[in-house]
Design a protein around this ligand. Structure first.
Ligand SMILES: C[S@@+](CC[C@H](N)C(=O)[O-])C[C@H]1O[C@@H](n2cnc3c(N)ncnc32)[C@H](O)[C@@H]1O
Length: 263
């Protein structure tokens, strides 16, 4: 927050899958209230939660908090997002939040994924490709769930990297408070990172999974025939971040000197 507040006069923070918007209220109280600038946009699919949070914001005179009842993948976003956060956005809603961040050039991303079922289901359908004993890692349903969750988050981190983010994966809080505790932080320092893109494509090919995040962004497994994937259209503008030749260029608004740390 301090970084975007130093660099943008009116930063926009998005809280995707905001529920009661508790996280948004805290961020507003700590960073936006006294700054007299900046907006916080909460996106939540359940209208009763949006209405309740809206009423609370009015009572608190948090005038620069906005609320939208919408699915994360169908919400109306301003052209530019500066910070996107998603705390326990269910299953693939975290992927939708990451797509919004990437499409709208968010400088910073912070997601703590929730329950994850999609990749575990894909692992059940497809045995891992390639040589080795990879499929032994997810023979049992419990292993499949854990491995699927881990693989999902590895793919999320690599996807962010491939779009030029410097990624940190850490714990949100003590494990005694929540088992959904993996915090993925991204800070955009390049337009893209081709090495990470190749690693991601290799991982998709080796594991045989194609999660929603990579489908929506049109990221193909290594060696896939052109046009064979993905389900659903790539979002408008996603290609503009990955054009050949842009690797290593600083992202708009990137932190000076950040280039030296990546790619
Ligand atoms: C586990 S709650 C977390 C709420 C809040 N972020 C928090 O940590 O207190 C997940 C919230 O995401 C919302 N949600 C799930 N999928 C969504 C989607 N695709 N679009 C919008 N909201 C979604 C749910 O309605 C729910 O309120």
């Amino acid at each position: 927050m301090e970084d975007v507040q130093a660099r943008h006069p009116n930063p926009l923070v998005v809280d995707a899958g905001s529920g009661n918007a508790y996280l948004g209220f805290i961020v507003y109280e700590l960073f936006l209230k006294d700054a007299q600038a900046g907006e916080l946009l909460s996106i939540e699919g359940r209208p009763e939660l949006t209405e309740r949070a809206k009423g609370r914001a009015e009572r608190l005179h948090f005038d620069r908090m906005r609320f939208q009842t919408a699915h994360i993948d169908a919400a109306q976003y301003p052209e530019r997002i500066h910070v996107l956060m998603a705390l326990h956005a269910c299953d693939t809603a975290t992927d939708d939040a990451l797509v919004a961040a990437i499409k709208h050039g968010a400088d910073h991303v912070a997601v703590v994924p929730c329950c994850q079922a999609e990749v575990a289901a894909q692992l059940k359908e497809k045995k891992a490709r390639g040589p080795g004993s990879m499929s032994l890692l997810f023979q049992h349903p419990m292993h499949r769930r854990e491995f699927g969750s881990h693989l999902t988050n590895v793919i999320r981190a690599l996807t962010l990297e491939s779009f030029g983010y410097q990624v940190t994966v850490t714990e949100l809080t003590g494990w005694e408070h929540s088992l959904k505790n993996e915090l993925i932080l991204g800070r955009r320092v390049h337009r893209d990172n081709r090495r990470a893109r190749l690693q991601l494509q290799a991982l998709l090919a080796e594991t045989g999974v194609q999660p929603r995040l990579t489908r929506l962004l049109g990221i193909m497994p290594a060696g896939a025939a052109e046009g064979s994937v993905p389900e659903g259209p790539a979002p408008e503008g996603s290609g503009s971040l990955t054009e050949p030749g842009s690797e290593g260029e600083a992202a708009p608004g990137a932190v000076p000197g950040a280039d030296e740390r990546e790619a």
